[in-house]
Ligand binder design. Structure first.
Ligand code: SF4
Ligand code: SF4
Length: 98
């Protein structure tokens, strides 16, 4: 799914580099290659590629990453796949996902 870009500057992803120990786990679990390691610290290189799935924050043992997951388009797409219905995150009045 690399290459997907969502609305610019709306992602809730935050990284506190002071808490990062450079373990690289976020670079392994992120499906959109949002992170890279620079100077032994995680760095957000593609913020707008984040779909707010929450995998990075869940797997960061130092709590350096926060993201508001389980809402928006990522959740809508996943729920649609699970239920076999059209993806929807209630982000538009038409009922279809943006
Ligand atoms: S998972 Fe957390 S501690 Fe590990 S590199 Fe990423 S931000 Fe740093
Ligand atoms: S929330 Fe998901 S897509 Fe966004 S940076 Fe974390 S792992 Fe990557």
């Amino acid at each position: 799914m690399n290459g997907f870009v969502y609305l610019p500057d709306v992602v809730t992803l935050e990284l506190d580099a002071a808490k990062c120990n450079g373990c690289r786990m976020c670079t392994r679990v992120c499906p959109h290659a949002v992170f890279e390691i620079r100077d032994r610290k995680a760095f957000i290189r593609n913020r707008d590629h984040c779909m707010e799935c929450g995998a990075c924050a869940l797997n960061c043992v130092t709590g350096a990453i926060t993201v508001r997951s389980g809402v928006g388009c990522a959740a809508g797409i996943l729920n649609g796949l699970i239920r076999g219905t059209e993806p929807t995150c209630d982000c538009s009045s038409s009922g279809s996902c943006c």
